[in-house]
Write a protein that binds this ligand. Structure first.
Ligand code: ARG
Length: 557
């Protein structure tokens, strides 16, 4: 139940203060001593032209028929403080949490579609730590919106077009026939650049091969397709470990046959002009550099393909929102893209949203860097995390049969949570050791708390719970359980999974406090039943919240 809304409704029903001005004023109290929620009357004072103290007093006097969840109301220095009936609220909150069961049902379908473009890897390029945030933020938003009743379309807008592929083919046909791997493809690419410095004719050869790809030449496309498959197989392994899925892998090359329509349309709408031989859409009026549509030689650009992609997505999915989870380095690109769509007259340009994030670097990255420069592969980070977890588990409890499964869940979870725990726009230095600290604000801490709940529930006998008056700590826990839906909604509204991460840490910490301060299982069957019911509600809430940020919740740890 949304107690703030209910309280607001109740206050408004008194007819003492203007409805408009009251909306959104009520907040949860920071300190339970001042009640559970309160209405500050200062803003109202301006409209009503009487003092806040007088307003609070007047309201209090009108409240002779409190709703069942409110025990008392107090007027203190211009605040109207509401004290909840804890037994009543606890019963309601825990009851409805338990009714949701172990796997919460998603919200009813709302008929809205949201496209989410994330991960969007480049063919034959290493899948590195820099891809971590787009992959997990996008993957988490995908689950969050699905849970909230949206139809979600996960799109991996593959970087599978560009002159660099002509270079790669050149290198391949010269030095690389036979089986290739991601590593060998990168080596070929690096070798091309080295050799081309000595022999500039290689660049002409690269142009020739790229032309062939463009023209659909059999030999060229066959090899290029193979490179694509090698890349997708490699990133696919990482996606599987992270629990990331996509509904479409339509990348840049998919739009080849749709580009001329876009260019024609831009011309027709009088938006295209020539600039130093290239074709651009001028955006000076909006304080932006021009958006490049065609190069001098008539070749299309990244932006051209994104225009075609946005139009295609609207036509194909009729999205309500179209998200791009892409690093903030591309802020300008997306501002230009959305502006051009707007200038083309697409009112849905306003539904296109860039969800930017900061840069990740790895603490002590040296050990994990590949031979070719400072690239740290995401697969290596995940594997290192799982191996470290294995070592920790082996130290803690010798030979659990599920040790491998647990190490995988915890090791992967540590990396994912590390990426999703801070506000997405901040640059971050990722530290494996910190991410694996079982006592810190980490994924393993959440998993550990969940497993602790499971073990308590296994030992205790659950029964019909009756809730008496609860102490502050227990009630704080109950309030957190009740905050689940608001938290998910706010994470969706801000495209910020870290809001859920923060919430889950708060919930886990509150539970551990409750666990340490209260004997959950005792001879008193009534109290035991009540505390076990709270424990189960915490367990289910943790598990479902964790799933929304891609964390697995093993029963044991
Ligand atoms: N492949 C691009 C890169 O690595 C990201 C693509 C993002 N999506 C898009 N529709 N532009 O920078």
């Amino acid at each position: 139940m949304d107690y703030l809304k209910e309280t607001e409704k109740y206050i408004i029903s008194k007819g003492v203060i203007p409805e408009e001005e009251t909306r959104g004023l009520i907040v949860y109290s920071a300190d339970l001593k001042n009640g559970d929620c309160c209405l500050p009357c200062f803003k109202l004072s301006k409209v009503m032209r009487i003092s806040p103290v007088a307003i609070a007093e007047k309201l209090k006097a009108s409240m002779t028929d409190l709703p069942p969840f409110v025990e008392k109301v107090e007027s203190v220095n211009g605040y109207l403080n509401f004290y909840f009936d804890r037994a009543e609220v606890t019963k309601e909150v825990i009851g409805s949490a338990l009714k949701r069961g172990e796997n919460f049902d998603p919200y009813p379908q709302n008929g809205k579609t949201i496209c989410i473009d994330y991960s969007s890897v480049n063919i034959a390029k290493p899948f590195h730590i820099g891809h971590l945030l787009t992959t997990v933020i996008g993957g988490s938003l995908y689950r969050i919106f699905k849970f909230l009743g949206y139809k979600t379309v996960g799109i991996n807008h593959l970087g599978d077009w560009g002159t660099q592929f002509g270079k790669l083919l050149t290198a391949y046909f010269r030095w690389g026939e036979g089986e290739q791997t991601m590593d060998s493809l990168l080596e070929l690419y690096v070798r091309f650049h080295k050799e081309a410095e000595k022999d500039p004719s290689l660049d002409d050869e690269a142009r020739m091969w790229f032309k062939k790809i463009e023209q659909g030449d059999k030999k060229a496309t066959e090899v290029f397709e193979k490179f694509k498959q090698i890349t997708l197989a490699e990133v696919g392994k990482v996606y599987d470990r992270l629990g990331i899925v996509f509904d479409s892998y339509n990348g840049e090359s998919f739009y080849n046959d749709k580009l001329s329509d876009v260019v024609d349309e831009l011309k027709r709408k009088g938006l295209l002009c020539e600039s130093e031989g290239a074709m651009v859409v001028k955006l000076d009026e909006f304080d932006m550099p021009p958006c490049l549509i065609l190069k001098k030689d008539g070749a299309s650009l990244y932006a051209t393909r994104d225009l075609a992609a946005a139009i295609y997505r609207k036509k194909t999915y009729d999205f309500d929102k179209n998200l791009y989870v892409v690093a903030y380095q591309q802020n300008l690109h997306f501002k230009q893209l959305f502006k051009v769509l707007e200038l083309m007259g697409y009112e849905w340009a306003k539904d296109c949203i860039h969800v930017p994030f900061g840069m990740v670097s790895l603490e002590g990255a040296g050990a994990l860097s590949t031979r070719n420069g400072n690239v740290v592969k995401l697969a290596d980070v995940i594997e290192a995390s799982v191996q470290k977890t294995k070592a920790i588990i082996a130290r803690k409890n010798q030979d659990s049969p599920e040790a491998d499964f647990i190490a995988e869940a915890v090791g992967v979870g540590a990396v994912v949570f590390g990426a999703l725990s801070g506000g997405r726009i901040k640059d971050m230095v990722f530290s494996l050791d910190k991410a694996l600290n079982f006592d810190g604000e980490t994924g393993p801490y959440l998993q550990y708390t969940h497993a602790r709940c499971c073990s308590v529930l296994e030992k205790g006998k659950e029964g019909e719970a009756e809730f008496g008056d609860t102490d502050d700590e227990t009630f704080a826990l109950v309030r957190l359980i009740n905050a689940f839906d608001d938290t998910v909604l706010s994470a969706a509204e801000k495209y910020e999974p870290s809001i859920i991460s923060r919430y889950l840490i708060d919930l886990a910490q509150a539970f551990n406090k409750f666990y340490i301060d209260h004997r959950i299982i005792s001879d008193d069957t009534k109290t035991t039943a009540a505390r076990l019911a709270i424990t189960r509600a915490v367990k289910n809430t943790l598990k479902n919240g964790m799933a929304l940020i891609l964390l697995k919740a093993p029963q044991k740890m």
